[in-house]
Design a protein around this ligand. Structure first.
Ligand code: N9Y
Ligand code: NI
Length: 189
Protein backbone atom coordinates (compact mmCIF):
# COMPACT_ATOMS: atom_id res chain seq x y z
CA UNK A 1 0.00 0.00 0.00
CA UNK A 2 1.23 3.51 -0.80
CA UNK A 3 1.88 5.58 2.33
CA UNK A 4 2.97 9.22 2.80
CA UNK A 5 6.60 8.11 3.07
CA UNK A 6 6.35 6.81 -0.52
CA UNK A 7 5.18 10.16 -1.90
CA UNK A 8 7.97 12.15 -3.54
CA UNK A 9 8.28 15.76 -2.33
CA UNK A 10 8.94 18.98 -4.20
CA UNK A 11 12.64 19.33 -4.94
CA UNK A 12 12.94 15.79 -6.32
CA UNK A 13 13.78 16.07 -10.05
CA UNK A 14 11.25 13.33 -10.97
CA UNK A 15 8.48 15.90 -10.39
CA UNK A 16 10.01 18.19 -13.03
CA UNK A 17 10.55 15.56 -15.75
CA UNK A 18 8.23 14.80 -18.66
CA UNK A 19 6.85 11.34 -17.94
CA UNK A 20 7.23 8.60 -20.56
CA UNK A 21 4.31 7.14 -22.51
CA UNK A 22 3.02 3.84 -21.19
CA UNK A 23 3.02 0.79 -23.48
CA UNK A 24 0.15 -1.67 -23.89
CA UNK A 25 -0.60 -4.32 -22.87
CA UNK A 26 0.37 -3.10 -19.40
CA UNK A 27 3.21 -4.90 -17.65
CA UNK A 28 2.38 -6.52 -14.32
CA UNK A 29 4.37 -3.73 -12.68
CA UNK A 30 2.25 -1.03 -14.36
CA UNK A 31 -0.96 -2.86 -13.41
CA UNK A 32 0.18 -2.90 -9.79
CA UNK A 33 1.08 0.79 -9.93
CA UNK A 34 -2.38 1.66 -11.28
CA UNK A 35 -4.03 -0.44 -8.60
CA UNK A 36 -1.90 0.97 -5.77
CA UNK A 37 -2.49 4.59 -6.80
CA UNK A 38 -6.28 4.14 -6.89
CA UNK A 39 -6.12 2.24 -3.60
CA UNK A 40 -4.30 5.20 -2.01
CA UNK A 41 -7.15 7.54 -3.04
CA UNK A 42 -9.85 5.17 -1.82
CA UNK A 43 -8.17 4.56 1.54
CA UNK A 44 -7.36 8.26 1.96
CA UNK A 45 -11.00 9.23 1.41
CA UNK A 46 -12.17 6.88 4.16
CA UNK A 47 -11.94 9.04 7.27
CA UNK A 48 -11.03 6.20 9.63
CA UNK A 49 -8.49 4.53 7.33
CA UNK A 50 -7.00 7.90 6.44
CA UNK A 51 -6.28 8.53 10.12
CA UNK A 52 -5.14 4.96 10.77
CA UNK A 53 -2.47 5.11 8.05
CA UNK A 54 -1.59 8.79 8.57
CA UNK A 55 -2.48 9.80 5.01
CA UNK A 56 -3.50 13.13 3.46
CA UNK A 57 -6.82 12.71 1.67
CA UNK A 58 -6.49 13.11 -2.08
CA UNK A 59 -8.63 13.18 -5.23
CA UNK A 60 -5.75 12.44 -7.59
CA UNK A 61 -2.31 10.85 -7.62
CA UNK A 62 0.12 10.83 -10.53
CA UNK A 63 2.85 8.21 -11.06
CA UNK A 64 5.74 10.74 -10.78
CA UNK A 65 4.49 11.45 -7.25
CA UNK A 66 5.50 7.91 -6.32
CA UNK A 67 8.78 8.16 -8.20
CA UNK A 68 7.64 6.56 -11.48
CA UNK A 69 8.12 8.79 -14.50
CA UNK A 70 5.22 7.34 -16.50
CA UNK A 71 2.09 8.91 -17.99
CA UNK A 72 -0.37 7.42 -15.54
CA UNK A 73 -2.57 9.03 -12.87
CA UNK A 74 -5.40 7.85 -10.64
CA UNK A 75 -8.38 10.18 -10.25
CA UNK A 76 -11.19 9.73 -7.71
CA UNK A 77 -13.55 12.68 -7.44
CA UNK A 78 -16.25 12.15 -4.81
CA UNK A 79 -19.92 12.84 -5.68
CA UNK A 80 -20.91 16.50 -5.80
CA UNK A 81 -23.61 16.06 -3.13
CA UNK A 82 -22.21 14.16 -0.11
CA UNK A 83 -25.79 13.54 1.15
CA UNK A 84 -27.20 12.19 -2.11
CA UNK A 85 -28.58 8.65 -2.21
CA UNK A 86 -26.37 7.77 -5.17
CA UNK A 87 -22.75 7.87 -4.02
CA UNK A 88 -21.22 7.14 -7.43
CA UNK A 89 -18.03 9.22 -7.82
CA UNK A 90 -18.21 12.19 -10.23
CA UNK A 91 -15.17 10.69 -11.91
CA UNK A 92 -13.13 7.61 -11.16
CA UNK A 93 -10.48 6.07 -13.39
CA UNK A 94 -6.78 5.55 -13.91
CA UNK A 95 -5.94 7.75 -16.87
CA UNK A 96 -3.03 6.55 -19.02
CA UNK A 97 -1.30 8.60 -21.74
CA UNK A 98 -3.93 11.34 -21.27
CA UNK A 99 -4.18 14.19 -23.77
CA UNK A 100 -6.41 17.26 -23.56
CA UNK A 101 -7.77 17.43 -27.11
CA UNK A 102 -9.80 20.60 -26.62
CA UNK A 103 -10.38 23.14 -23.93
CA UNK A 104 -12.81 25.97 -23.23
CA UNK A 105 -11.75 29.60 -23.54
CA UNK A 106 -13.49 30.01 -20.19
CA UNK A 107 -11.11 29.70 -17.25
CA UNK A 108 -11.96 28.25 -13.88
CA UNK A 109 -10.09 28.22 -10.59
CA UNK A 110 -10.75 26.68 -7.20
CA UNK A 111 -11.91 29.37 -4.76
CA UNK A 112 -9.60 27.98 -2.09
CA UNK A 113 -6.61 27.64 -4.42
CA UNK A 114 -4.86 24.28 -4.75
CA UNK A 115 -2.52 22.07 -2.80
CA UNK A 116 -0.52 19.00 -3.72
CA UNK A 117 0.47 15.85 -1.86
CA UNK A 118 4.04 16.48 -3.06
CA UNK A 119 4.12 20.07 -1.76
CA UNK A 120 4.25 20.36 2.01
CA UNK A 121 3.96 24.15 2.21
CA UNK A 122 0.83 26.16 1.57
CA UNK A 123 1.00 28.27 -1.58
CA UNK A 124 -2.04 30.57 -1.61
CA UNK A 125 -3.51 31.93 -4.83
CA UNK A 126 -5.75 31.12 -7.74
CA UNK A 127 -4.60 28.46 -10.18
CA UNK A 128 -6.32 29.42 -13.44
CA UNK A 129 -7.22 26.41 -15.56
CA UNK A 130 -9.67 25.62 -18.35
CA UNK A 131 -13.20 25.26 -17.03
CA UNK A 132 -14.06 22.51 -19.54
CA UNK A 133 -11.84 20.03 -21.32
CA UNK A 134 -12.16 17.12 -23.71
CA UNK A 135 -9.84 14.39 -22.51
CA UNK A 136 -8.53 11.38 -24.36
CA UNK A 137 -6.92 8.60 -22.39
CA UNK A 138 -6.50 4.85 -22.23
CA UNK A 139 -7.65 2.87 -19.19
CA UNK A 140 -5.91 -0.10 -17.54
CA UNK A 141 -7.74 -2.51 -19.87
CA UNK A 142 -6.31 -0.77 -22.91
CA UNK A 143 -9.65 0.81 -23.83
CA UNK A 144 -9.61 4.31 -25.28
CA UNK A 145 -11.86 7.03 -23.88
CA UNK A 146 -12.78 10.50 -25.09
CA UNK A 147 -14.76 12.35 -22.45
CA UNK A 148 -15.87 15.87 -21.59
CA UNK A 149 -15.27 17.17 -18.10
CA UNK A 150 -16.22 20.44 -16.49
CA UNK A 151 -15.68 22.31 -13.24
CA UNK A 152 -14.03 20.40 -10.39
CA UNK A 153 -13.33 17.09 -12.20
CA UNK A 154 -11.78 19.10 -15.08
CA UNK A 155 -9.56 20.99 -12.62
CA UNK A 156 -8.42 17.77 -10.94
CA UNK A 157 -7.50 16.13 -14.27
CA UNK A 158 -5.55 19.21 -15.35
CA UNK A 159 -3.61 19.14 -12.05
CA UNK A 160 -2.78 15.45 -12.68
CA UNK A 161 -1.81 15.95 -16.34
CA UNK A 162 0.46 18.80 -15.23
CA UNK A 163 2.35 16.27 -13.06
CA UNK A 164 2.97 14.17 -16.19
CA UNK A 165 4.50 17.23 -17.89
CA UNK A 166 6.68 18.33 -14.94
CA UNK A 167 4.45 21.22 -13.85
CA UNK A 168 3.30 21.99 -10.29
CA UNK A 169 0.20 23.97 -9.35
CA UNK A 170 2.10 26.98 -8.00
CA UNK A 171 3.78 27.51 -11.39
CA UNK A 172 0.39 28.94 -12.50
CA UNK A 173 -0.06 31.37 -9.58
CA UNK A 174 0.50 35.05 -10.30
CA UNK A 175 3.51 35.82 -8.06
CA UNK A 176 2.74 39.52 -7.62
CA UNK A 177 -1.03 39.17 -7.26
CA UNK A 178 -1.83 35.59 -6.21
CA UNK A 179 -5.59 36.16 -6.03
CA UNK A 180 -5.84 37.88 -9.36
CA UNK A 181 -7.03 35.50 -12.05
CA UNK A 182 -7.31 36.19 -15.76
CA UNK A 183 -10.37 38.27 -16.62
CA UNK A 184 -13.53 36.14 -16.67
CA UNK A 185 -12.30 33.25 -14.51
CA UNK A 186 -15.16 31.44 -12.80
CA UNK A 187 -14.56 30.35 -9.23
CA UNK A 188 -15.28 26.70 -8.43
CA UNK A 189 -16.10 25.09 -5.09
C1 N9Y B 1 -3.43 15.48 -4.86
C2 N9Y B 1 -4.27 16.77 -4.82
C3 N9Y B 1 -4.99 16.98 -6.14
C4 N9Y B 1 -6.00 18.13 -6.15
C5 N9Y B 1 -5.46 19.47 -5.72
C6 N9Y B 1 -6.31 20.50 -6.44
C7 N9Y B 1 -6.99 19.81 -7.57
C8 N9Y B 1 -6.55 18.37 -7.53
C9 N9Y B 1 -5.23 16.62 -3.64
C10 N9Y B 1 -3.37 18.60 -1.21
C11 N9Y B 1 -4.24 18.49 0.01
C12 N9Y B 1 -5.69 18.37 -0.31
C13 N9Y B 1 -5.94 17.31 -1.37
C14 N9Y B 1 -7.40 17.35 -1.75
C15 N9Y B 1 -9.48 16.16 -1.19
C16 N9Y B 1 -10.41 17.02 -1.75
C17 N9Y B 1 -11.75 16.66 -1.75
C18 N9Y B 1 -12.10 15.50 -1.19
C19 N9Y B 1 -11.15 14.67 -0.64
C20 N9Y B 1 -2.37 15.04 -6.97
N1 N9Y B 1 -2.32 15.60 -5.77
N2 N9Y B 1 -5.07 17.45 -2.55
N3 N9Y B 1 -4.07 18.40 -2.48
N4 N9Y B 1 -8.13 16.39 -1.13
N5 N9Y B 1 -9.87 15.02 -0.65
O1 N9Y B 1 -1.26 16.31 -5.42
O2 N9Y B 1 -6.08 15.79 -3.68
O3 N9Y B 1 -7.83 18.16 -2.51
O4 N9Y B 1 -1.59 15.34 -7.85
NI1 NI C 1 -0.40 17.14 -7.10
Amino acid sequence: MILMKDIVRDGDPVLRKRAAKVNFPLSDEDKKLAHDMMEYLEVSQDEKLCKKYGLRAGVGLAAPQVGKSEQMAAVLVPPLDPDAEDQTPSFKDVIINPVIVSESVQYGALTEGEGCLSVDKDVPGYVPRHDRITLRYTDVNGEDHKIRLKNYPAIVCQHEIDHLRGTLFYDHINKQHPFEAPHDTILIG
